[in-house]
Ligand binder design. Structure first.
Ligand code: C2E
Ligand code: MG
Ligand code: MG
Ligand code: MG
Length: 285
């Protein structure tokens, strides 16, 4: 009895595993065609300067409009893209599309807005990365200072020597470099000093409990103090409430990003936001 029970379980397990693998393979097949079929698109989330209350940048966030499943978020397909190497053509498409968009906004005679693009570890390690970034900037005409590349701690810490070389090359182009999801990986403070990137983005997991969570508050304050000590700009991600914004302003945080300031949205809506002088009435203090 026990044996058949176990057998049944094994069978159940293996069939659900088969289904998992099949849906994974199906997704991969779909992802291979997604670019050509123009199923990928970008949304843009505003980044607001705390002292001026103006939009100073946007972050490009990729979405997949799947023909059967509807909209698939990057947390689901970016890991698959990394596993399969599809991140290379997808990442290049994201970078070019974002640069073209930034130029289009500029041509509509609006003030320059920095465009932030996420780079995956695989892209960062690619020996053609620098050339790819140079061509994207050259072909679209975007000022390198208006392109921000977001890297994670994991990407940077993997091979410090190679990282240093790539960062030097990217800095030479003049692009703006930042560390994304800061506090969730394991950065060595020593490397942080040597890497010399412009901005730190505090991960949203530290912001989400504010202002009640006193430990997250302590961590957030410490990151801001450290970053400023290293002459870096600090961005808080995942700002969802006015209370969080007030607190972050008190802490001296430079920039904020999150649902309270605006969700990731279409380029048309970003244009509307950019046309307004100020997005939100920030507290006076
Ligand atoms: P990320 O770079 O840290 O981007 C911020 C994520 O937080 C986005 O999720 C955004 O929609 C979400 N978010 C923004 N404001 C709030 C908020 O107030 N509360 C909460 N809870 N979440 C907020 P999204 O768009 O699903 O992207 C998830 C991750 O996927 C990104 O995290 C990034 O690591 C990756 N990703 C997105 N687009 C690309 C891309 O083009 N290339 C690569 N390599 N990775 C990408
Ligand atoms: Mg990011
Ligand atoms: Mg992040
Ligand atoms: Mg990230």
């Amino acid at each position: 009895h026990a044996k058949s029970c176990g057998k049944n379980n094994a069978k159940l397990y293996s069939s659900s595993l088969t289904m998992q693998i099949m849906s994974h393979v199906k997704l991969e097949v779909g992802l291979r065609k997604a670019l050509k079929r123009e199923e990928l698109y970008l949304l843009y989330q505003p980044q607001i300067d705390v002292s001026s209350a103006e939009i100073v940048g946007v972050e490009a966030l990729v979405r997949w409009r799947h023909p059967e499943r509807g909209i698939i978020l990057p947390t689901e397909f970016i890991p698959l893209a990394e596993e399969t190497g599809l991140i290379m053509p997808i990442g290049e498409w994201v970078l070019r599309t974002a640069c073209i968009q930034a130029m289009a906004w500029q041509r509509h005679s609006m003030r320059p807005v920095r465009m932030a693009v996420n780079l995956s570890a695989k892209q960062f390690k690619d020996e053609n990365l620098t050339q790819m970034v140079i061509s994207a900037l050259h072909e679209t005409g975007l000022d390198p200072r208006l392109l921000e590349l977001e890297l994670t701690e994991g990407t940077l810490m993997d091979d410090a020597r190679a990282t240093m070389v790539t960062l030097d090359q990217l800095r030479a182009i003049g692009v703006y470099l930042s560390i994304d999801d800061f506090g969730t990986g394991y950065s060595s403070m020593n490397y942080l000093k040597r890497f010399d990137v412009r901005a730190l983005k505090i991960d949203k997991s530290f912001i989400c409990g504010l202002p009640q969570d006193s430990e997250n508050a302590a961590i957030t304050r410490a990151i801001i103090a450290m970053a400023h000590g290293l002459k870096m700009v600090v961005v808080a991600e995942g700002v969802e409430t006015g209370e969080q914004l007030v607190l972050l302003k008190q802490y001296g945080c430079d920039m904020v990003q999150g649902f309270f300031l605006g969700a990731p949205q279409s380029q048309e809506l970003i244009v509307t936001m950019l046309k307004k002088q100020s997005l939100v009435a920030l507290p006076a203090k």
